[in-house]
Write a protein that binds this ligand. Structure first.
Ligand code: BTN
Length: 329
């Protein structure tokens, strides 16, 4: 914890330099030294620190330094025009954080429904099933929203599917690319994962449910070959993250209010448009057993429907089911 806080402090001291280098132009060591009133050696040291935080700096002899990819910073002033006054008050942007989900969970009891945390970079981004979500600086979206469901846990079935559909619809509207959802909550582009949803819950059975919905989207993942990502992935090439945050927040508010009233049934027709494996042969793992069959969509509760070799269709609600496209050779 102490180490993390120290890391965050170091990172914050680098922010003015990052700001300066965000234009994707080369800046000479001399210019930077003058701007920040420090020696060229100190500038060089800061470049090394940037690299340690995963921000790849390119240095050219006799020319200078630049960050390898252009960065358009998240800016509240560019997001607020899309939001209501209440939504504006509940949005916080962090240059760096351990995990936006973790940070919201730590604030439960002190935050209001609709609180949003977004970050430029996560040091401990969390994925599903204990995995890490790789979260480099300034290029993707790391977004979490808190919602309280008065009806409790039983009202949450199909929530991740509904959120997946809302995001897929939004990204399709914004980019004209075909985004699909892999049950229960992965976002796919060109048959590769480009985003994921992590829903974390707090509360007692029979009580209301406190829900943190975390969304990670690869928007402009810089090209590199050594990312610690354990599966093929894709990235959207979408620049205007501020616009996206504004639109996403508006649509999530509408969708979550609707979900509270009508549950997954209200999103069921949408699912048909975005289901990655609809009517395709698949393999899946349920309670440690590997099964295969044809994916036949979902039912009104969001359970996955699998047709076996005899034509029998069975619903699977369990979050442990993993889908793998059957490779025919
Ligand atoms: C998955 O494994 O597919 C889910 C990934 C969810 C990542 C997002 S990024 C914002 C939020 N904060 C986290 O630590 N994780 C989620």
């Amino acid at each position: 914890m102490k180490k993390m806080k120290a890391q965050i402090r170091v990172f914050e001291s680098l922010l003015p330099l990052i700001e300066k280098l965000s234009d994707h132009l080369f800046h000479s060591g001399e210019e930077l030294a003058q701007t920040f009133g420090i020696s060229r050696m100190a500038i060089h040291k800061k470049m090394v620190q940037l690299d340690q935080f995963g921000i790849n700096v390119e240095s050219k002899k006799k020319v200078g330094y630049r960050i390898k990819y252009p960065i358009q910073r998240l800016e509240k002033a560019k997001i607020t025009p899309y939001l209501t006054y209440a939504q504006q008050q509940k949005m916080q942007i962090f240059p760096i954080i351990d995990s936006t989900n973790q940070a919201l969970l730590a604030k439960l009891g002190t935050i209001e429904k609709g609180q949003v945390y977004i970050a430029e970079q996560q040091i401990k981004g969390r994925g599903r099933q204990g995995r890490t979500w790789f979260s480099p600086f300034g290029c993707n979206l790391y977004y979490s929203i808190y919602w309280r469901f008065e009806q409790g846990f039983q009202a949450l079935s199909g929530l991740s599917l509904a959120i997946g559909c809302v995001i897929a619809q939004l990204l399709t509207d914004l980019t004209d690319q075909s985004i699909k959802v892999k049950w229960p909550n992965d976002l796919y582009l060109n048959d590769k994962k480009m985003g994921g949803i992590l829903i974390e819950l707090s509360g007692k059975m029979g009580d209301c449910a406190d829900v943190v919905i975390g969304i990670g989207l690869n928007l402009n993942m810089p090209k590199a070959f050594d990312y610690p990502i354990d599966q093929p992935y894709d990235s959207l090439s979408y620049q205007d993250r501020n616009h996206l945050v504004g639109q996403l927040t508006t649509r999530l508010h509408q969708a979550l209010a609707k979900f509270e009233q009508e549950g997954f049934a209200a999103f069921y027709p949408m699912w048909q448009n975005f289901d990655l494996f609809l009517n395709q042969p698949i393999q899946f793992v349920a309670q440690d057993r590997l099964l295969s069959g044809i994916e036949r969509g979902v039912n009104q509760q969001g359970a996955l429907l699998i047709e076996d070799q005899t034509g029998f269709i069975k619903p699977y609600l369990s979050g442990e089911i993993q889908l793998k496209k059957l490779i025919v050779i």
